[in-house]
Design a binder for this molecule. Structure first.
Ligand SMILES: Nc1ncnc2c1ncn2[C@@H]1O[C@H](COP(=O)(O)OP(=O)(O)OP(=O)(O)O)[C@@H](O)[C@H]1O
Ligand SMILES: [Mg+2]
Length: 236
């Protein structure tokens, strides 16, 4: 999916910009890391691209559809974007199965993938594949999310985000609660999905990941783009 930000600024309160004049053109199939100190604006930037927040000035578009409040076209595009929130946003009193299967309920609007029966055989297979891909045992499917550790919950959120094979995955610190091995299970999975054509935007604090996975890296500082490093060379 193509993503385009033109002169984007964001203020949650008048006179206090958290993003300043951000320009970004992402081609279909590209992989982008977003880095920067805590408070630099990474989550705010990602929320503009998921349509959860809107730019205060400038424009955000995906596949040439401009994101604006109430846009029907935008809602269709959003169904082709998988999102891993920094705070997971799982339904804690529901089972892992129900959480991961939720996107199947909606299908992928506009790309010919019909919603599948939530509890049917086809869905069960997809749910099992998604949890296995993030290194969880299918045994956890019946557990309530609240019974899982933080790292396990984070991986449930990742499984939910990829189950519909989105065209774009936007992941906000998706390995923030994971140990070394699970971090690499997830990063290897992201690279595999990217090779298959899924565009990726990943915010991270993890310098080890940036050093090892050489991809385009957008470095934010106080809401502005400090470096847009297309080679993904080591910038630390
Ligand atoms: N909903 C909101 N209302 C008001 N201010 C907000 C809101 N969300 C974020 N901010 C402010 O915007 C700035 C950037 O926050 P943001 O969450 O985008 O940073 P971040 O780079 O993701 O940080 P972290 O690494 O800690 O996740 C911060 O100063 C924060 O206080
Ligand atoms: Mg953040």
């Amino acid at each position: 999916m193509m993503v385009s930000l033109k002169q984007v600024s964001k203020a949650y309160h008048p006179n206090s910009l958290v993003l300043r004049n951000v320009n970004l053109e992402l081609k279909k199939g590209e992989f982008l890391f977003v880095i920067g100190d805590s408070g630099a604006g990474k989550t705010s930037l990602l929320k503009l691209m998921t349509g959860e927040e809107f730019a205060s000035s400038g424009s955000v578009s995906c596949d040439n559809v401009v994101f604006a409040q109430g846009s029907g076209k935008m809602l269709k595009i959003r169904r082709r974007i998988g999102v891993v929130h920094q705070d997971y946003r799982l339904l804690k009193d529901r089972s892992v199965y129900e959480n991961v299967a939720i996107p199947l309920f909606f299908g992928r609007a506009g790309v010919g993938v019909a919603p599948v029966n939530f509890m049917g055989r086809g869905a069960q297979r997809l749910v099992e594949d998604a949890v296995t891909a993030v290194g969880l045992s299918p045994k956890v499917l019946d557990a309530e999310v609240r019974e899982l550790s933080g790292g396990e919950q984070q991986r449930v959120a990742i499984a939910r985000a990829i189950i519909n094979s989105p065209d774009l995955l936007i992941a906000d610190e998706p390995t923030g609660s994971l140990d070394h091995d699970h971090t690499w299970t997830v990063m290897d999975l992201f690279q595999k999905l990217n090779i298959k054509g899924m565009s990726m935007i990943v915010a991270t604090h993890d310098r080890d990941i940036i050093r090892k996975v050489r991809k385009r890296t957008l470095h934010l500082s106080a809401g502005a783009v400090r470096v847009d490093d297309r080679e993904g060379a080591c910038i630390f």
